[in-house]
Design a protein around this ligand. Structure first.
Ligand code: NAP
Length: 316
């Protein structure tokens, strides 16, 4: 299995798996400052790089800038080049092309970088800013060299096609659509997003690829292990929710035993087996980062990929 790939057809080369950093500095959804903090996420960063994973996904809103700032500090302390993907939030008061340039300037400052690998629009709803203005502002940044490639996130098949067309007029490819995708959330397959991405050579960055921890097998209806933060209120983590996913976790365990891999590693390997998909699992500490990086470098066979597909059809 190749351990690197391009973003889009001929875009920047990155590792076939990235690490998500939403939980780095975030107290609103996650529990940063509670059972983990700066020391643990620093170890997660170093552990990922050591294990060969050098692609990190962040956003200006994660920890209100703290995730980017932490990455900026950590990168200064190592020599290995790292690929950063961050995101622009089209908030209601941002209605000019200038807002893109200003937000990017602020992100680059926190990251302490002159250039990033990928800049994504965090969600499609842009209030008064048109997709035309937005995509053109992003194309300008590619031309000026502050970003190597352009991506979107949470875009439908149609919105993705429109963004792709606007950018194409400027000779800039749409490299990425970052969407929710895992064995327990397969809507991109039924909503035409995966097929359109393949047709247009757009890479899918799979967010929440472990279904926010559910696919690691550590939350089960038998165990008292409860998730922290906002997930406490998520039905999927309730007793009924956990009972529903038990067969998927059983198969992940069984396959994991064959390859000496964890359930999380098998679940991520299934995503890697889908063409043009890069999973970006979150990691809060060294153990999680190292484990998630271990989803690379081996492959489930086609029958096993199909078996998992069959068993997870209720999440299509
Ligand atoms: N574009 C968007 O709108 C959007 C939305 C969501 C996420 N994202 C991106 O996608 C990334 C990943 O998504 P996510 O954080 O929502 O979900 P995820 O990757 O499915 O789950 C991450 C959580 O699972 C647990 N975990 C991770 N690896 C583990 C392991 N090996 N063993 C045991 N537990 C493990 C950790 O929480 P516990 O230890 O507390 O269980 C971790 O915080 C984010 O960091 C962010 O970069 C983007």
């Amino acid at each position: 299995m190749e351990t690197t790939t391009t973003l889009g057809k001929n875009g920047p080369v990155v590792t076939r798996l990235g690490i998500g950093t939403w939980a780095w500095g975030d107290k609103l959804f996650w529990n940063y400052g509670g059972d983990y903090g700066a020391a643990q996420v620093k170890e997660a960063f170093e552990g990922a790089v050591k294990a060969g994973v050098t692609f990190f996904d962040t956003a200006e809103v994660y920890g209100l800038g703290e995730s980017e700032s932490l990455l900026g500090k950590f990168m200064k302390q190592i020599d290995t080049p790292v690929d950063i993907a961050t995101k622009y939030g089209p908030l209601p008061w941002r209605f000019t092309a200038r807002s893109v340039a200003d937000a990017l300037t602020a992100s680059l400052k926190r990251l302490q970088l002159p250039q990033i690998t990928l800049y994504q629009v965090h969600w499609p709803f842009t209030f008064f800013l048109t997709q035309e203005t937005l995509m053109n502002a992003l194309a300008d940044e590619v031309q000026q060299g502050r970003i190597k490639s352009v991506g979107v996130s949470n875009y439908s098949a149609e919105e993705m096609r429109q963004a792709h067309e606007i950018l194409a007029k400027r000779g800039v490819p749409l490299a990425v659509n970052q969407v929710n995708y895992s064995l327990l959330y397969r809507k991109i397959e039924t909503q035409g997003i995966l097929a359109t991405a393949k047709e247009l050579d757009i890479t899918i960055l799979a967010y929440s690829p472990l279904a926010q921890g559910l696919l690691t097998g550590k939350y089960t209806s038998e165990q008292a292990n409860k998730p922290d933060g906002a997930r406490k209120f998520d039905e999927r983590f309730s007793e009924t929710g956990l009972r529903k996913i038990a067969p998927v976790l059983d198969l992940l365990k069984q396959l994991g035993e064959k390859y000496q891999k964890t359930q999380a590693q098998v679940a991520l390997n299934w995503l890697i087996a889908q063409e043009n998909v890069i999973p970006i699992p979150g990691a809060k500490n060294l153990n999680q980062a190292t484990q998630n990086a271990g989803a690379l470098g081996w492959s489930l066979n086609p029958e096993e990929v199909a078996e998992l597909e069959l068993l997870s059809r209720s999440w299509l």
